[in-house]
Each structure stands twice: as C-alpha cells, then as structure tokens.
Design a protein around this ligand. Structure first.
Ligand SMILES: [Zn+2]
Length: 229
C-alpha cells in the first residue's frame, strides 16, 4: 500500500499523516488564547487569562483546547474520519490533540467522548469522537471512560442553527447514567470531540458531568470553528 496524505491523498515518503502542503495549510491554534474558549486574545495577559466572552457567557466546561482553526485541510481530515470510514486518520489527529491538550491531559483523571445518540450511532455505525478519545487515552496513558456521558434525547443537527437555537436544541440532551455517577464524583474529566462549532453541545455535556459531581470538565477538540461561542 503506498503511503498517502490523510487530507489530500497525494503520495508521501514517510508515514505520519500529511503531505508538506497540507501541513502548511493546517492553521494551528497559537499565540495568546482565552483559557476557557481557546480563542485568540489581542493581548497576552499570561496563563489562565480569560476573554470577555468567557466572563459574559461561561460555558458548561472549565477549559477548552483545539489543535487547529477549522480550515479546508482540517475539514478534510474531520470528514475523512466522520463520513468516509478512514479510521486510520484518528491516530494522526489524536497525536496532535495530545500535544495541544497537554496541560489539560496532565490534570485529567478520565477521558470521555462526547456521545452520539444511539439512533445516530446506528446509522453512522461509529462515533468519531469515541475513536479520537480512545487514541488520546492510549497515547496519554489516561483512563478511558467510553460511555461516561449518554445522549438521552435525540436532537436535530446543529448545522444552520443560530447560537440560541443551538443551545435550546441540546438542552437536557445529556446525562450521566447512575452506574457511572460513582466514577464521575470528584474527578477531572476531559471531554473529546472532533470539532467545536458553537460549543453548545460540549457545554451541555459538561453541565451534565458537573451536575453528576465532576470536579472539573475540560474539552479537547481537533478543530475549532473560529468565532464560535
Ligand atoms: Zn496533503
């Protein structure tokens, strides 16, 4: 099997994921960022600094980190994993996530994916966030809790919805099942997802984990849609 770039399919010399052009097209999150939303800040106020948006609209998680800003290349990687059954992309994406989320991973007790509703899981056959969570746990040596949170309500796709509609759409959609409340209590949970758009889904999932007694809920994603709240 020839080695090919995970994003564009061109031949590459060594295994590792991306061709030089796609590497260059990946817009890594860098510079001073908000500790809560991982969005760029105009001034470097030091570690732990939070944006005005985080103060005005605190989400249901504590800290979030992403590898890249959503771009053509990151979209291709996400789609390869999500819709094209390219499971071999997960380790490459997870390696980058482990690097971008190293401060969150250092503190985490448990790694958990943002869950899909069982109907969507059935039609799509796998949860791309669970694949990433498994790889992040394997690479970091942290404990994986694959079904820590459950999606108890089926929600419509968030695509095309505004912020308040997105918040309403996922309200009360998650819960921590009774058999897992013991493992959540007092623990620091790192939630894994492929993309964060509005943050409404991760926020609602974070709220459910906090309600179940989690000491902290952080979020690590591959791609952040810039400007999303
Ligand atoms: Zn490429």
């Amino acid at each position: 099997m020839p080695l090919t770039c995970h994003a564009c399919g061109t031949r590459v010399a060594a295994p590792g994921g991306l061709c030089p052009a796609c590497w260059a097209g990946l817009e890594l999150v860098a510079g001073p960022v908000c500790d809560v939303y991982d969005t760029p800040m105009t001034q470097d106020a030091g570690p732990g600094a939070v944006s005005a948006r985080a103060m005005e609209h605190p989400p249901g998680w504590n800290r979030a980190r992403g590898v890249t800003v959503f771009s053509e290349v990151s979209q291709r990687l996400v789609h390869a994993l999500k819709y094209r059954d390219r499971h071999e992309v997960a380790p490459a994406m997870a390696r980058m996530m482990v690097h971008a989320g190293r401060d969150l991973l250092a503190d985490a007790d448990l790694i958990a994916p943002v869950p899909l509703h069982r109907w969507r899981l059935w039609t799509r056959r796998y949860n791309q966030s669970a694949l990433l969570a498994g790889e992040v746990a394997r690479l970091s040596g942290k404990r994986l809790a694959p079904d820590l949170a459950a999606r108890v309500r089926r929600t419509r796709s968030q695509v095309g919805l505004g912020q308040s509609e997105r918040n309403r759409n996922v309200k009360g959609a998650f819960c921590v099942s009774p058999q897992h409340t013991g493992s959540v209590m007092g623990r620091k949970v790192l939630l894994i997802d492929d993309v964060m758009t509005s943050g409404a889904t991760a926020s609602e999932c974070g709220r459910a984990l906090h309600a179940a007694g989690a000491a902290e809920v952080d979020v690590l994603v591959f791609a952040l849609v810039s400007g999303g709240a």
